[in-house]
Design a protein around this ligand. Structure first.
Ligand code: GLA
Length: 597
């Protein structure tokens, strides 16, 4: 693989640009939530909080909190917050509109007389407005790709459930009124008190495994298999069909694995005379459409691979300047996922432009195709164009550093773990900055520390258990990279652990982080959906077994007592006060689900 070492942009500059862009996008979004607002926006009050008047707009904050006007006569509107909290106006007479928030929480206006409209959140949580009394109407918050949209509540009025695209919608509640249940497009809907037509999982708890098959892409981290780690260039039609069969017969499909992804070297060495990308007809004699049909017939999905440059990393034709043509070809074959690599950039090309061109070309096909960005290093612009992006270089099936690779910042499992999930001080690349990459993860957009090596032989089963547990607590894509046709019982047991997979696939989509000060005997935590509910990984990097303790207060739990489940022994350990201590084997983990109360 040729690594591009140059051209890494100033991350602060990129992040500043993103913030600016987000602000303008969110301002527009807020305005679009109501017709009154659209006209009022043109004479919007300057940033800051004001009292009275026709229209007050809350402060706009980056990384902070914005609170809407408090007593607008006609309309109050929450501010826009990037990475913070936006709270809608309160006590606006005819209308209050919740703030817009990116990455955090937007809360709708409250107690507006005729109408309150919930905030809108991108990758955060939106809570609908609440309206009390009279002829009121409350419209739930809307959340795009975010954690949840919760319906408004109305007493004596009507409430419309929150709507979530690629997130979770919780049904609206109404007392003495009418409630329409949540709708989820490609996401998950948890039934409300009264739910009419919740699109997915009505009235139930969410189940992992991609039950939401239409609409928003990658509402939970993608799960599947990829040919590269085990088979490299030896990928064929026969292999892919055999893997698809085994995904079903091994039980992997039943616990959520879905995508069968063909990596590099499926292509012929040259495009056809019309410039179309074509498969190597020795390896794929039936063509890609027939293979996609076979994979779809198993209830699975098919992924392909290409590159933003003139050639792929293995020297096959890249998609540079053929983006629209290739995207149309993939769509016509029935491709569901595209991994897009970063080798052989064309002279004078720009990495962001190249990736954006393919993202747009995929969208233009009208077919939902997951866009997996494989640009190796993390760039903030990736978060708005792809569903997942790599956060380091290629994984090597090894616990320890491979000295021959150390100049490329480390490929082994621990190095990728630290790049993707650690605090800034643990990063091999300090430019990521605190608090790390976890802030960019959420429904529809995931950090990708690279594909799994579980079962490929370079590590012990204890180390593979750690690899799988830590990928799960980081809400990483779970893309198996082994020969699933021939797995040991231990490998299968790791890859199909439904308790651990449920942590990865938790619908809130929060990426867990290390919370311990120790960097050798570590405690990792991930907030799960459900009150006071957390996943915990106790991880021992040392060469001897050791006791590791997690305290409930360190998780942010308010309860002093909690029930504990061991997710590898599958045993409920019962109520435990204050903390839990386990003896953790060298290089191993103990993984827990902890519920306070
Ligand atoms: C790069 C990618 C790998 C793999 C190979 C294929 O190295 O990072 O994941 O796709 O190319 O050539």
């Amino acid at each position: 693989m040729t690594l591009r070492q140059d051209g890494i942009p100033d991350p602060c500059q990129a992040s500043r640009a993103l913030r600016r862009e987000s602000f303008f996008r969110l301002a527009l979004l807020t305005c679009l939530t109501g017709a009154v607002c659209v006209s009022a926006c043109s004479n919007e009050a300057p940033a800051g909080s004001s009292t009275g008047g026709v229209h007050t707009t809350g402060s706009n904050a980056t990384g902070g909190a914005a609170t809407g006007g408090t007593t607008g006569t006609t309309q109050t509107m929450g501010g826009s917050a990037t990475g913070g909290t936006a709270t809608g106006g309160k006590a606006g007479m005819p209308q209050t509109i919740g703030g817009s928030a990116t990455g955090e929480t937007a809360t709708g206006g409250s107690a507006g007389m005729p109408q309150t409209i919930g905030g809108s959140a991108t990758s955060g949580t939106a809570t609908g407005g609440s309206a009390a009394g009279g002829t009121t109407e409350a419209t739930g918050g809307s959340s795009t790709g975010g954690a949840s949209g919760t319906g408004g509540s109305a007493t004596g009025g009507s409430a419309t459930g929150g709507s979530a695209t690629g997130g979770i919608g919780t049904g609206g509640k109404a007392t003495g009124g009418a409630a329409t249940g949540a709708t989820a497009t490609g996401g998950t809907a948890l039934g409300g008190t009264t739910t009419t037509g919740g699109a997915k999982n009505t009235g139930g708890t969410t189940s992992f495994g991609g039950t939401a098959s239409t609409g928003a892409l990658a509402a939970t981290p993608p799960m599947g298999w990829n040919s590269w780690n085990k088979f490299g260039g030896s990928v064929t039609d026969t292999l892919v069909r055999g893997i698809a069969d085994a995904m079903v017969s091994s039980g992997m499909q039943a616990v959520g694995y879905q995508y069968i992804n063909i990596d590099d070297m499926w292509q012929a060495s040259n495009r056809d005379s019309s410039g179309n990308i074509v498969p190597d007809n020795t390896k794929f004699p039936n063509g890609m459409k027939a293979l996609a049909d076979y994979v779809h017939g198993k209830g699975l999905k098919l992924g392909l691979y290409s590159d933003r440059g003139t050639k792929t990393c293995a020297g096959k034709p890249g998609s540079y300047s053929y983006e629209a043509k290739d995207a149309q070809t993939y769509a016509s074959w029935g491709v569901d996922y595209l991994k897009y690599d970063n080798c052989s950039p064309a002279a004078g090309s720009n990495i962001q432009t190249d990736y954006t061109n393919m993202a747009n070309a995929l969208k233009a096909t009208g077919r939902p195709i997951v866009f997996s960005i494989c640009a190796w290093w993390f760039y903030t612009w990736e978060t708005s164009i792809g569903q997942l992006w790599r956060t380091g270089t290629d994984i090597v099936d090894s616990w320890t550093e491979d000295p021959s690779k150390s100049s490329t910042k480390g490929h082994n499992f621990l190095a990728l773990l630290d790049n993707n999930g650690g605090w800034s001080s643990r990063y091999s690349d300090a430019s990521y900055g605190s608090p790390g990459l976890a802030q960019y993860a959420g429904p529809g957009h995931w950090n990708d520390p690279d594909m799994l090596e579980v079962g490929n032989g370079g590590m012990t089963d204890t180390e593979y258990q750690s690899h799988f547990s830590l990928w799960a607590i980081m809400a990483a894509p779970l893309i198996a990279g082994n020969d699933v046709r021939n797995m040991t019982a231990a490998t299968k047991n790791i890859l199909t652990n439904a308790d651990v997979i449920a942590v990865d696939q938790d619908p809130l989509g929060i990426q867990g982080k290390p919370i311990s000060t120790s960097t050798t005997l570590e405690v990792w935590s991930k907030k799960l959906s459900g009150d006071q509910t957390y996943a915990v990984v106790l991880f021992n990097r040392t060469e001897a077994s050791a006791a590791i303790t997690v305290t409930w207060s360190s998780l942010g739990m308010t309860s002093t007592s909690a029930t504990v489940r061991d997710l590898w022994s599958h045993t409920d350990l019962g109520p435990t006060a204050t903390q839990y201590t386990a003896t953790v084997p060298s290089h191993g983990v103990v993984m827990l689900k902890v519920v306070g109360g």
